[in-house]
Design a protein around this ligand. Structure first.
Ligand code: NDP
Ligand code: MG
Length: 380
């Protein structure tokens, strides 16, 4: 197969490292550039191991990498991608800041493999505008959406996204508000970055994924269902008009969707990836999420059609999760911060540009921080 050049943005994170793992022994992919935020040591390892010659640093940390071209900040990212014009850019950056990187990557790559969800949640209209202008493929890496991408048909009755229910899925409801970071970070199925692990326990992650599915597949909200699926084997389902249900079943291993996004329409051979089905009785359970356990998830119905509200929801969650992980608020406080921030942002107009999206994000964060201060002082 012809060699394809790859850039990984956010190469030092959980998705970034798994992408490196996938391409390490694949001669058909050549890593030509990476970005990282703060983890200089791991970035150095990548440079040495993969012979990468272009590195973007998105934070202010100092870097000593002789012989390597170092680019700084978003402008550096733009200039590097304009020069490299990679076949594939993988977006493994976490959080809102990935939005601008996605837009730049769409302008300068043949294919964008997108793991980040905040960019679609907050700026889906900008991503779609950009895709319409450039002839770029966008392939989802998020496991549920990658599954739907593999299954998709023209005419669907509905799609089903599965959720693990997070680390607290079996906790007594009365104990839930008191859960500690170490309880929440013990995810039953996936091993991921901290924010997304907390977002799994509140199912805010699944709210993001519903919005992500609306953007990626142009689906109305009403056609998207979410089921808690404890076994972590089914990642996405399509219900078709004739009653057939297509299911994508695989191990809970992010290397699978990452490899498919990179190699589509072909497939790679992955070590230790195949689920052993023979000789075992396969149990697949699907439950409806409980509004009392996951109140923050159910807010998705209120925010689905407003980018202002989606931006506020994401920013408030970002602030709330950080405060929770630092021990400043209780687990129950996450919902309070999101709900109050949404209320406070209601008078702002809908954003029409990247600048307006960024302003709304900053304003929402400030409001969320005020709610957080109030909440900490009342020791929720
Ligand atoms: P991690 O926190 O593990 O990694 C984040 C990466 O982004 C790191 O390389 C980090 O650099 C970099 N980064 C952090 N902040 C910034 C910033 N402000 N600007 C630029 N780069 C930054 O996250 P994950 O890998 O878990 O998740 C990445 C994205 O993929 C998220 O949007 C997540 O929701 C999504 N996703 C993750 C899944 C998973 O299994 N982990 C599954 C599906 C989706 P450094 O480490 O050097 O500071
Ligand atoms: Mg997912």
């Amino acid at each position: 197969m012809e060699e394809r050049t790859v850039v990984i943005l956010g190469a030092t994170g959980s998705i970034g490292r798994q992408t490196l793992d996938v391409i390490e022994h694949e001669k058909s992919f050549k890593l030509v550039g990476i970005s990282f935020h703060r983890n200089v040591d791991f970035a150095k390892e990548v440079v040495e191991k993969f012979g990468v010659t272009n590195v973007v640093v998105t934070s202010g940390v100092s870097v000593d990498l002789p012989g390597i071209r170092i680019w700084r900040g978003v402008e550096g990212l733009r200039r590097m991608l304009e020069e490299l014009k990679p076949d594939i850019t993988v977006i493994a950056i976490s959080g809102f800041d990935a939005l601008e990187a996605v837009l730049i990557a769409i302008e300068n790559s043949k294919r964008v493999c997108l793991a980040n969800k905040e960019s679609l949640v907050c700026g889906g209209f900008l991503v779609k505008e950009k895709l319409a202008k450039h002839n770029t493929e966008l392939i989802p890496v998020d496991s549920e959406h990658n599954a739907l991408f593999q299954l998709m048909e023209e005419d669907v009755e509905k799609v089903i996204l599965t959720a693990s229910g997070g680390a607290l899925r079996d906790w007594d409801l009365t104990e839930l508000p008191k859960a500690k970071p170490e309880d929440v970070l013990r995810h039953p199925v996936w091993n991921m970055g901290n924010r997304i692990t907390v977002d799994s326990a509140t199912m805010v992650n699944k709210a993001f994924e519903v919005l992500e599915a609306m953007e990626l597949f142009d689906l109305p909200f009403e056609k998207i269902e979410v089921k808690i699926h404890r076994e972590g084997l089914v990642h996405g389902m399509l219900v078709l008009p004739d009653g057939s249900v297509k299911i994508l079943l695989s191990k809970a291993d992010m290397r699978i969707p990452i490899s498919y996004a990179l190699s589509y329409p072909n497939r790679m051979r992955l070590k230790n990836a195949v689920v052993e089905l023979s000789g075992r009785s396969l149990v697949l359970s699907f439950e409806d999420p409980d509004p009392k356990r996951y109140p923050a998830f159910f807010l998705v119905g209120h925010i689905k059609h407003s980018y202002r509200d989606r931006i506020a929801y994401n920013a408030a969650d970002e602030v709330a999760v950080e405060a929770f992980l630092k021990g400043k608020i209780s687990f129950g406080g996450i919902y309070v911060i999101i709900e109050k921030t949404l209320e406070r942002m209601i008078s702002f107009p809908e954003p029409r540009s990247l600048e307006e999206v960024k302003v709304l994000h900053e304003l929402s964060k400030r409001e969320a921080e005020r709610v957080e201060e109030w909440l900490s002082s009342t020791s929720c």
